[in-house]
Ligand binder design. Structure first.
Ligand code: UT7
Length: 329
């Protein structure tokens, strides 16, 4: 038997029905459709309005779709990982709840927090378990209800983010398909450029922190942009070079959807044609952990067995990286 690799064998996704357009944002903050479109590429994003629903609502829908499409018995699932920065509640794992709700009663579950690179880190973790032979069916879900941590009076952030997520089923493969290589990094130098200041252990929530709106995302967009452009492009290029991939060899770039300009810079560095770049930022915005699986979900029908795919992301922390995988179906 050949070496075991971890292959994606099914994809699921979910975005809420409510569409928050640039036009509607114009009524909420001092901004306009032209500025948002030209600076970010975003036209609209989805917002989860269901009362009392958190990120698990999105993750469960994605998980259910994966189970339905793959035809597996959820009792066979060994592990459920949810990558998220917006867990349903603090302390209790969102993954544990998602696993139970989708019928994965024999699985264990835990969350990964690596901001916008969370799905890549989740995929890496799941793949290692599969490659070791220890587990055979693993769900990796990336989902966020960003609207729960965004200040809709702050035009620096509220125009960017949206709610949504998706996931994949990972299974062993002996044909050389699945995750081939990865380059994953982090650097705590980024901690102050993109964060929620209050509500963690350093600054627990108080009346004062609430009055100062410190329960919401703060981003120094310009600084993050600079790091994101160079690191995302460099990682994608490194993974190509290390695997002797030319632009012709790569069928798809799956880039984190933070800003169309960052995506374009990565594409240029890889010398790829536009049509090889998965993109849905115009309709979903930045769903943080949700962007990569939502792209795979959106483009699933266009993928072919053996396609060479490069995933790349950059996020808060900072965290970033790129992965090379061969599509398995
Ligand atoms: O996914 C996690 C990682 N995050 C990222 O990768 C995000 C990286 N950063 C970005 O994508 C961009 O920095 C932003 C989209 C957040 C901002 O775009 P920018 O081109 O860096 O704009 P800026 O912050 O430099 O602002 C330029 C101008 C400013 O006005 P002045 O000072 O030039 O007069 C801002 O006040 O645009 C103004 N501005 C806006 N105008 C209309 C800032 N936000 C808005 C807005 N609408 N929403």
């Amino acid at each position: 038997m050949g070496k075991i690799s971890a292959a994606i064998t099914a994809v699921g996704g979910y975005v809420p029905d409510y569409v928050l357009t640039n036009k509607e944002l114009e009524t909420m903050v001092e901004t306009n459709d032209e500025w948002i479109t030209s600076r970010t590429g975003i036209k609209e994003r989805r917002i989860l309005k269901e009362e009392g629903s958190g990120t698990s609502y999105i993750a469960i829908k994605a998980g259910e779709e994966i189970i339905k499409k793959s035809g597996i018995d959820p009792k066979e699932i060994d592990l459920v990982i949810v990558s998220t920065i917006t867990p349903d509640v603090l302390v209790a794992s969102t993954s544990a709840y998602v696993a139970t709700e989708i019928g994965a009663v024999n699985a264990f579950g835990y969350d990964i927090n690596a901001a916008c690179s969370g799905f890549l880190f989740g995929l890496s973790t799941g793949a290692a378990f599969i490659e070791s032979g220890k587990y055979k069916k693993i769900l990796i879900i990336g989902a966020d209800k960003m609207s729960s941590i965004i200040d809709y009076t702050d035009r620096n952030t509220c125009i960017i983010f949206g709610d949504g997520g998706g996931g994949v089923l990972l299974e062993p493969n002996t044909e050389g398909l699945g995750l081939v290589d990865e380059y994953l990094r982090s650097d705590g130098v980024g901690r102050d450029f993109l964060k929620i200041e209050a509500g963690g252990s350093m600054m627990p929530t108080t009346h004062e922190t609430l009055d100062a709106n410190k329960q919401y995302v703060y981003q120094d967009g310009k600084a993050v942009f600079k790091y994101a452009v160079s690191n995302m492009a460099d990682s994608a290029k490194l993974i190509m070079d290390r695997n002797n991939l030319t632009a012709e060899d790569v069928e798809w770039l799956v880039p984190h959807q933070a800003n169309k300009r960052i995506i374009d810079a990565t594409r240029r560095r890889m010398e790829l044609d536009d049509e090889k770049v998965m993109i849905n930022i115009h309709k979903f915005g930045n769903t943080t952990n949700g962007t990569i699986p939502l792209l795979l979900w959106d483009y699933e029908k266009k993928l072919n067995k053996g396609d060479n795919i490069v995933i790349a992301a950059f996020g808060g922390g900072f965290t970033w990286g790129a992965q090379f995988l061969k599509w398995a179906y």
